[in-house]
Design a binder for this molecule. Sequence first.
Ligand SMILES: Cc1cc2nc3c(=O)[nH]c(=O)nc-3n(C[C@H](O)[C@H](O)[C@H](O)COP(=O)(O)OP(=O)(O)OC[C@H]3O[C@@H](n4cnc5c(N)ncnc54)[C@H](O)[C@@H]3O)c2cc1C
Length: 856
Amino acid sequence: MSARTDAAHVVVVGHGMVGHRFVEALTARDDGGRFRVTVLSEEPRPAYDRVALSSFFDGADEAALGLPPLSGTPGVDLRLGVSAVSVDPARQVVVTSDGTSLRYDQLVLATGSYPFVPPVPGHDAPGCFVYRTLDDLEAIRSAAAAAGPALPRPSGEPVTGVVIGGGLLGLEAANALRLLGLAPHVVELAPHLMAVQVDEGGGALLGRLVTDLGVTVHCGSATARVLTDPVSGRVSGVELADGTRIDSEIVVFAAGVRPRDQLARAAGLEAGPRGGVAVDQSCRSVSDPRIWAVGEVAAVDGQVFGLVAPGYAMAETVADRLLDGPATFPGADLSTKLKLLGVDVASFGDAHGRTPGALSVVLNDPVRGAYGKLVVSDDARTLLGGILVGDASRYALLRPLVGSPLPADPAALLAPEGADDLRGSGSGLAALPDSAQICSCNAVTKGALLAAIGDGSATDVPGLKACTRAGTGCGSCVPTLKQLLTSAGVAQSKALCEHFAVSRAELFEIVAGTGIRTFSELVTRHGRGRGCDICKPAVASILASLHTGDHILDGERAALQDTNDRHLANMQRNGTYSVVPRIPGGEITPAKLKVIAEVAEDFGLYTKITGGQRIDLLGARLEELPAIWKRLTDAGFESGHAYGKALRTVKSCVGSTWCRYGVQDSVGLAIELELRYRGLRSPHKLKGGVSGCARECAEARSKDFGIIATEAGWNLYVGGNGGFRPRHAELLVSDVSTRELIAILDRFLMFYIRTADRLQRTAAWIEAMDGGLEHLRSVIVDDSLGICASLEGAMAAHIANYRDEWRAVLDDPGRLAKFASFVNAPDLPDPAISFTVERDQRIPAPARPLLPLEPK
Ligand SMILES: Cc1cc2nc3c(=O)[nH]c(=O)nc-3n(C[C@H](O)[C@H](O)[C@H](O)COP(=O)(O)OP(=O)(O)OC[C@H]3O[C@@H](n4cnc5c(N)ncnc54)[C@H](O)[C@@H]3O)c2cc1C
């Protein structure tokens, strides 16, 4: 509704995230047109998502960061590039930088913060930057380009960039420099990184993970001065208090922020003890009832907040008050979840255990790269807070539990398999009261979400976002929103995730059609935002399926992979890894068996024959993997891809070679197929089997593709699997020749890879297919869609480009360096992995107890 002619004039100073939210909240509720609003924006562009600012270096531009526009909102006058230069509270006038005097009825200060730059000598030399606005980031990008990161110094060292400050912003800035091709150094005064959010143990692991990613960390170090070139006056480096010198053309200050309260102070308004405009619980200035402050510039009862969620709560409070409501600032949840440089960090509730009597349960697993701490009440029943570093996957489920009874023993919740206890129906989300806050950025409760689902206002995640705002802040609650929708029985859209509105199959076609080879290009051109734990591995898999020749750990792809793929090994429950060499068809020579035995003995690995007819070597530490694989690949072994969503094994019986009943050479065919499809990345794992006769000793019908020999050739069955929901494969074609069989299998696998959903096994894929098995047969046998040639061509390309992933790591110093940090760190703290011996082999300690022989 447009403003009345007698509408009161609200002037908002600052069009940042919070000023914007305030205008949205006020205009949405001001049905009677009681107010007209003028917004003064010092920046030349409308408000944008500052929280996501760093995605600028991942390809997001101004448009991608933009917030819903105010232009066109009736009664709102947004003045870009115009600042408030003074306020006269007595006359109720704001003077702007373009010389206008604006009389206000109500004044809302939303001027945010400015970056604090320590006054060290040289801090203002050309080449010094701060990290707050889009303009700052553009300036850093230009300077990095001018510094020529592509051209190493004559010494061969890469060009460095120094970030002063190892907090949240400092690490974001370090990542930015890394993405710009510089070698970042982070200088932090505190003894560990992100001291506000994480404790010493979490900080130590964070430091190690960040160092592994190529960032040099100097903790407990003060910056003495910024060095400058005597001729140009430009930055040439940084000198630390202990005399260390770091050569660098770029210095970014990310040493904290201070409220931008100068305008208010000059107007005589009282400031808080740590700066900021002193306001009461309604966000009204304590000095003047017509002046309000929201966001980072406000000091509510003396406290300033550096996060967006409290700012939003203040904006809502003031909008309500202006409309005669009773709202008060509800306090702030300072929980944070971030992915910094690809490393998960989360901190929530009373993370530092300051509640009297609080107990802390810590699980520190430096080998797995995960640190978890849960702070619980003195009776260990109520969750008070926590810290997660390295793996924050359970943050979305744990944070809403703060203040509630724990669904399981805290140590069990932190254990790798503990997430199940949180997802279980009788605990975790299902057990949360309606008052539990699911979205802390926008203070949305479980009850509000269920109400929106229940009354049909929201039928999917975007709908829930639109009508409750949940998930529109940091986005960490989005998986929980999906869970709520699913548990309420609401059918989900086919969209891959928040960042891609298309299904996995459609995304596959986009990548195939455009030839895009990087996630950042894909998300920029065909998605939105920065990606998440759902789309990143899915895109990694699509890229790997389409470009077999590219290594999965090269370039930005490494950061897309999940933990197992990233280490080319499966992580086990005690944080060690498994090594599974490929043994095609289960056939192995005694000489190769000997090599496996020697490697297992030398590295103390537990050995076990798998159901897929190969040998699991378990208990390897991460840093041992390159040495183990060197021995194995030198002996002719290859990766068995036990860690990947890829072809695993093609199991076989001994077939006609040895068996009296065998009618075909099942071993020969199994080997041929396993070698043909090795390394083939797919939506889920793939298994095959070949039986030499109808007795089916290879259990081929429990595989994604199963082949059973007949007197006349081969029968091909598809869509079987073992596991949680066992399925028998169904007959697709019978009595085909080996050549026909291989052609149909090529098409089957490629059609599956192109069209299945993420993490959909072949059985579920066929079941979900319109027309089911009949349709599948018509497409890949009768070529009803005319795509068989292209499916076969895609498989031929895969086969031509295949290279063993582990050999490719060992042959390339750059790739090997991703593992070298572990190899070269013999002084790593004891990784706290302990073993015990059972049946003459090392197994994790403590061993899991056997069930009692008799029922209780
Ligand atoms: C890189 C980065 C990452 C971040 N990550 C997170 C995160 O993960 N989670 C989180 O909660 N928070 C994060 N933050 C902090 C979050 O962005 C801020 O808390 C939030 O933006 C504060 O909003 P605000 O409107 O109070 O201030 P700002 O967003 O700073 O907006 C204030 C605006 O007012 C303008 N202004 C100032 N003075 C005047 C004047 N006199 N006249 C006119 N205009 C004026 C400024 O130019 C600015 O545009 C991050 C910040 C940065 C920089």
